[in-house]
Design a protein around this ligand. Structure first.
Ligand code: NAP
Length: 298
């Protein structure tokens, strides 16, 4: 029997991008918790890595819409050209450049050039990421190094390159994109989860150090988002993650644009994964069993 009762109340900003009809069908009722005007970044120079697709693309466009001069970086030129056209429409002067963040020297040079040309970098989002599966039996450490080069050392190189300028100017924002895999590593995610745990620990440590200098540095946990990466674990048509952690690129981008520069280090798009460390502490055997089930069902 169909029930008329709404079962889920969700924040409207997080559900942005999901058609109202789809929310209605799933009995999701959206509410605005804090009605306030959108945070603007007029004239601020924002660099977003991994801007050619997914979360990075949406974040770049959102920041441009909110007045920032956005420089999007990634490797795929053809996609970047499309993003550049959309950025310029929203914020003239914005641009994209080809840059492989796994090449730390090239990434630092690109940031230095942007800093010179634009008179400083106000915002850096280290979003570029890859996810390579690691089989415990027969896996190679080269896989782990490759993932760390992009996900961790790329974010480290970028962060350390922009912080001196930000500290000198006594303002600036860095967002490093982590993952809930860092909190609850699943089977075959050894490389990815470890790289994201490293991103979280690095960012949190640095955040404490730079906060007194007027610089905000955040860790973003996007939940699960149906991007190329998000869907890559679902190519065989397996089940999607629980609804409670599913988000959209636009919802995550809006959340970041609203929250960054605020007092909290962590930006959590979904709250359910925060329970994982608690479950591990309170019911370790049950937790382990549920994770091991993933090893056999995936
Ligand atoms: N989707 C999710 O559910 C989810 C959940 C948690 C965390 N995340 C994180 O969110 C971030 C964005 O991922 P996504 O979901 O939006 O996936 P995506 O659509 O696959 O985007 C990944 C982006 O990273 C760029 N990239 C990869 N390697 C790069 C490199 N060496 N140098 C420069 N750019 C590089 C890609 O561009 P090019 O290929 O053009 O270089 C692409 O723009 C990643 O850090 C990911 O780990 C995603």
């Amino acid at each position: 029997m169909q029930s008329d009762a709404f079962l889920i109340i969700a924040r409207r900003d997080i559900c942005r991008g999901i058609p109202q009809r789809a929310l209605w069908d799933r009995k999701v009722w959206t509410v605005t918790l804090h009605r306030r005007s959108l945070r603007r970044y007029d004239g601020q120079v924002a660099v977003v890595t991994g801007a050619s697709s997914g979360i990075g693309r949406s974040l770049a466009l959102t920041l441009a819409e909110r007045g920032a001069l956005v420089i999007g970086l990634a490797r795929r030129r053809s996609l970047l050209d499309q993003v550049a056209a959309e950025l310029s429409r929203r914020s003239p002067g914005s641009a994209t450049h080809v840059c492989d963040v796994a090449d730390a020297d090239a990434y630092r040079d690109t940031l230095a050039r942007i800093d010179d040309e634009r008179g400083g970098i106000d915002i850096l989002v280290n979003n570029a990421g890859i996810n390579l599966m690691l089989q415990a039996a027969g896996g190679e450490d080269a896989t782990v190094r490759r993932v760390f080069d992009v996900n961790f050392f790329g974010a480290v190189a970028g962060t350390l390159a922009v912080l001196p300028g930000m500290i000198h100017r006594r303002r600036g924002i860095v967002v490093n994109v982590s993952s809930d895999s860092a909190r609850a590593p699943e089977p075959r995610q050894g490389a990815y989860a470890a790289s994201k745990a490293a991103v979280s620990a690095f960012t949190e440590s640095v955040a404490h150090e730079v906060a007194p200098h007027g610089v905000s540095i955040h860790v973003l946990y996007p939940g699960w988002v149906p991007t190329a990466m998000g869907l890559s674990g679902n190519e065989d048509g397996g089940s999607l993650p629980p609804r409670m952690v599913r988000r959209t690129v636009d919802g995550v981008a809006a959340l970041v644009a609203d929250r960054m520069g605020g007092p909290r280090i962590d930006i959590n798009a979904a709250l359910l994964p925060l329970l994982a460390p608690m479950a591990r502490a309170l019911a370790p055997i049950a937790y382990q069993k549920s994770m091991r089930r993933l090893a056999t069902t995936d």
